[in-house]
Design a protein around this ligand. Structure first.
Ligand code: GLC
Ligand code: CA
Length: 509
């Protein structure tokens, strides 16, 4: 028996950018509700909402200042509940982003902790008299001096995002309450933010530095005890009911990523070596690795975009519709749990900020400031920041009627191509409909072949051919095949199938 999430196509919604319902230029629950019919027609079965909790938004909500409330920018608790109820009425489940590695420095827990060394919550965070060499994942030192209590606190991301001390039992039991709170609200599970970062080492050895001078994050993530912690989180949520957990794992080792997923951990984990590769040459080889590693009913995740990386339209498809459709066919027919990033189904392109004024993402702004500090010119700093900024993928959804009927959107929009959007949408819709058939829900592959940049597999009664490489002709071992869906006109007969570069086709065999 498959679990619901094993048959679900998920859709990531970046809260401020999906749809503005009250005219202030920021996406919200009201706007989301208006767009439920759109999502239902697309055919997705699950929504991942990025953080919607009260937050000073230094990192756009990944700096939570209250775990059990809704940020007024997005609406009220009642709006959230109405949205969840409506999604459920459409047969769509909703999972929430849980950012439990760190809180905003404005969270009451931290305000108490920093009030004095003797405070009961002092140990809820990581305090040290002297910093080691650990760097924040956004750049710069991971330690911030607190003048009031004359110690440094640890932050693996921005200095306004302070890491919780997961060794502290009270911290853990508070977080379990947060999980319970949201499950009781009717949510169907969680996406767990940077979950292998929960800092568990306390002797603070310096991290090594590689030949190019870059710090290697050895001692500040994946520390001993992480596997047990992940198992405990998974078990707690599973014990509550039929919920789903997906972990964001900042690791490039497939064995690490895979080991956290399954019945003894979270349900699934993200593999960034597949989803966020800088070019498409590596995709086939990585899928082949995943096919070997994920056995015994374990499932990988499949995605090519998120709010943290350049859109796949630019990064992987080079702005080509056939390649974008090739990627979509892989993501929606392979073995795994797919996550579409909002707008991908419309072939949305990156937004590139042309000045510091247009930049919203803390990672881009940090890169800019650090470049200036290192003596770079403003132009050089801007170029470095354009490379680092995650604003690229955060521009508002390009709805035909506009994103907001009031104020200008919180971040600039990209120029839409509505014709392309319609074609892409129909292609996604067809793929999702096909994926719902039993053939694509069964685990694993009936046949799997990866040859260089060419990929071919059989799931159920369907043969999928995906050509990421040069044109090739294959012999047709199945004879009387019927073309079901393709991204270009194809020539085939009962003997051979001709596959031009970038061809993607599904045959019924
Ligand atoms: C995750 C989020 C990212 C955020 C970071 C810190 O990587 O996806 O957007 O900046 O965690 O919370
Ligand atoms: Ca709004």
């Amino acid at each position: 028996m498959l679990k619901w999430w094993q048959e679900t196509v998920f859709y990531e919604i970046y809260m401020p950018s999906f749809k503005d319902g009250n005219g202030d230029g920021i996406g919200d629950f009201k706007g989301l509700r208006e767009k439920m019919p759109y999502l239902a027609e697309l055919g997705i079965g699950g929504i991942w909402l990025t953080p919607f909790y009260p937050s000073p938004k230094v990192d756009n909500g990944y700096d939570v200042s209250d775990y059990c409330a809704v940020d007024p920018d997005y609406g009220t608790m009642a709006d959230l509940e109405a949205f969840v109820a409506e999604a459920h009425a459409y047969g769509i489940r909703v999972i929430a982003d849980m950012v439990v590695n760190h809180v905003s420095t404005e969270h009451a827990w931290f305000m108490e902790s920093r009030s004095s060394k003797a405070n009961a919550k002092r140990d809820w965070f990581v305090w040290q008299d002297a910093p080691n060499n650990w760097e924040s994942f956004f750049g710069g030192s991971a330690w911030e001096w607190d003048a009031g209590t004359q110690q440094y606190y640890y932050h693996s991301f921005a200095k306004e995002q302070v890491d919780l001390n997961w060794r502290n039992e009270e911290v853990r039991s508070e977080i379990w309450k947060v999980f319970d709170f949201w499950l009781a609200k009717g949510l169907d599970g969680f996406r767990l933010d940077v979950i292998n970062n929960l800092t568990l080492t306390r002797n603070f050895p310096d991290n090594p530095v590689d030949a190019s001078g870059e710090q290697v994050h050895v001692f500040d993530k994946d520390q001993p005890g992480m596997t047990e912690m992940m198992a405990e989180i998974g078990a707690r949520i599973r014990a509550r009911g039929d919920y789903f957990t997906v972990g964001e794992i900042s690791s490039d080792k497939l064995e690490e990523i895979e080991k956290y997923a399954g019945m003894d951990g979270l349900d699934v984990t993200f593999n960034f070596n597949f989803g966020s590769v800088p070019s498409r040459d590596e995709i086939v080889a990585e899928l082949a690795r995943m096919q070997r590693v994920y056995v015994d009913g374990r499932m990988p995740t499949l995605f090519f975009g998120s709010h943290d990386m350049s859109r796949s339209w630019n990064r992987l498809a080079d702005g080509r519709e056939d390649v974008a459709q090739l990627l979509a066919m892989l993501m929606l027919t392979a073995h795994g749990v797919p996550f579409i990033y909002f707008g991908e189904e419309l072939g949305m392109a990156d937004f590139v900020p042309e000045s510091l004024d247009e930049m919203r993402d803390v990672q881009g702004v940090y890169a800019y400031e650090q470049a200036l500090m290192a003596g770079k010119s403003e132009v050089e700093a801007l170029m470095l920041a354009q490379d680092k900024t995650r604003d690229k993928a955060r521009a508002p959804m390009t709805w035909p009627e506009g994103f907001s009927d009031g104020a200008a959107s919180w971040i600039s929009q990209v120029t839409p191509d509505f014709e392309r959007a319609r074609r892409m949408y129909r292609f996604y819709q067809a793929l999702i409909a096909l994926r719902k058939t039993a053939d694509f829900c069964e685990p694993g592959y009936r046949y799997f072949e990866a040859d260089g940049e060419f990929l071919m597999y059989i799931r159920g009664d369907y043969l999928v051919c995906l050509n990421f490489g040069e044109a090739r002709t294959i012999s047709n071992a199945w004879g009387n095949v019927t073309e079901v869906l393709a991204n270009m006109a194809l020539v085939f007969d009962s003997e051979t199938i001709v596959l031009p570069a970038n061809a993607a086709v599904i045959f019924k065999i």
